[in-house]
Every structure is written in structure tokens, then in C-alpha cells.
Write a protein that binds this ligand. Structure first.
Ligand code: MN
Length: 231
């Protein structure tokens, strides 16, 4: 684990993002937002993605993370997809973290949506360009309240997403190809991790569009749930 310094002598302040914690009045400060591209076999199949021996990562801006119950789709949104994911919230930083120590770095978990402009992503993929633009729009990472680690049992929890009461995604986090511990360890070998870093751990199969008027309900059994009305 590492110490790091902060300074209040900057020429101006930048906005910060913080998250509500279940059963606490304190807030969780958001640092960086790592996301894993493919972590469920059946989602790889539906996307036509090749599974490689190492996970694929991308990032979202920290200020795309939000806790909201109403979401206005971005301007010019043609095909915004839902991706329900288990989100890991770190409380400590470090480098070269061992698999067996990785759990010590976790503050808690949340349910998150990795909202994706699928039309933009498909276009960029087809043209062999980075598809970051499909992932980074405002409010593209809604989250539930954070559930503290000690209140969560991570075992074979069902992960699901409904739209207007109809099940669209349903799987189990035990089907993740790369475990939470593996992802923390792996990332910490690429760069220093910090407290406040989030990891979106990938979505199971069943992704699809959300549209105006939809009520999106996402849940991971034993962890948390969120419900968002789409405008
Ligand atoms: Mn995703």
C-alpha cells in the first residue's frame, strides 16, 4: 500500500465526484474508472469478440460516474446499450499486488451500468479506430450505492437487468472469466493503483438498447440494485 500527497495550493479547483455508501453518511471519492471489455464467455460470443489470454481494459472519465434515478439520453443518441456490471471500489493503492492480497484493497462493491453508444462503437471498430468515444459520454456510468465489503458475500450472486419488468440480462458473477482479485492484481502490474479507483468488471450477455420511457432495473443479489427512468 502506498502513501500519496495532495495539495490545496492549485491555481483552481476541479470538480470531484463522490458516491453514497449504504448505511453511512460519509461519501466515497471517485478516482479513476477502469472497465474490462469482455469477462463473460456468452457476451464475447454475442459481440463476436475473440477471447484473449489477458483482459482488455478501457477507461471512463471519473465524472461520468453518477448516482441518479433519472437519465436523459445524450444528444444524437441512436443506440445506447445497457451493460450491467459488478463494480469494485478500492480503498487502498499499490503496485504489483499479489492475488492473495488483492481483497485487502477493496472498500466495497456496487452495481453499475457501463452505458455504451453501440452504433458509435461498431462504426469505430469497423474503421479500426479506438472506440473510446462510445463509452465516455456524460452520465455513462450510473452506479448504485456502494455496499461495504464486510456486508457482501461474493460467491455465486445472480446479476440481472430488467427493462420495464422484462428480464434482458441474467447471469451469475461466478461466470466471470477473470476474478475480481485477478483484475486488481493485473491492473496493479500495469500502473500504480490508488484509493478511489473503480473497476467495472464486464457485462454478461443480453446487452441491448435503452430508449425514452424505459425503466431500467439492475441488480446483483446480495450486493445492491439501482433503478433508473430514461428520458
Ligand atoms: Mn462493459
Amino acid at each position: 500500500m502506498v502513501n500519496y500527497s495532495t495539495s490545496n495550493k492549485t491555481i483552481f479547483q476541479i470538480p470531484s465526484t463522490s458516491l453514497k455508501i449504504n448505511g453511512s453518511n460519509s461519501l466515497y471519492p471517485v478516482g479513476r474508472v477502469f472497465c474490462i471489455g469482455t469477462n463473460y464467455q456468452n457476451h464475447a460470443v454475442e459481440m463476436g469478440s475473440n477471447l484473449t489470454s489477458e483482459p482488455t481494459f478501457f477507461m471512463k472519465p471519473f465524472n461520468s460516474v453518477c448516482q441518479i434515478d433519472e437519465l436523459t439520453l445524450p444528444d444524437n443518441a441512436k443506440n445506447v446499450h445497457h451493460e450491467v456490471e459488478l463494480v469494485v471500489c478500492l480503498k487502498a493503492g499499490g503496485k504489483n499486488i499479489n492475488l492473495k492480497d488483492a481483497k485487502k484493497y477493496i472498500y466495497g462493491y456496487a452495481v453499475g451500468l457501463d452505458l455504451t453508444k453501440r452504433d458509435v462503437q461498431n462504426y469505430l471498430k469497423k474503421n479500426k479506430k479506438s472506440w473510446e468515444l462510445s463509452k465516455v459520454f456524460d452520465f455513462s456510468a450510473p452506479l448504485s450505492k456502494i455496499e461495504k465489503l464486510e456486508k457482501v458475500i461474493i460467491d455465486d450472486n445472480e446479476i440481472s437487468l430488467k427493462i420495464n419488468g422484462v428480464v434482458k440480462q441474467k447471469s451469475n458473477i461466478s461466470k466471470m472469466i477473470y476474478s475480481v482479485e485477478f483484475l486488481i492484481s493485473y491492473l496493479s502490474k500495469q500502473m500504480m493503483l490508488f484509493p478511489g479507483d473503480l473497476i467495472f468488471t464486464g457485462t454478461p450477455e443480453g446487452v441491448g438498447p435503452i430508449k425514452q420511457g424505459d425503466l431500467v432495473s439492475a441488480k446483483i443479489e446480495g450486493i445492491s440494485e439501482l433503478e433508473i427512468k430514461i428520458f
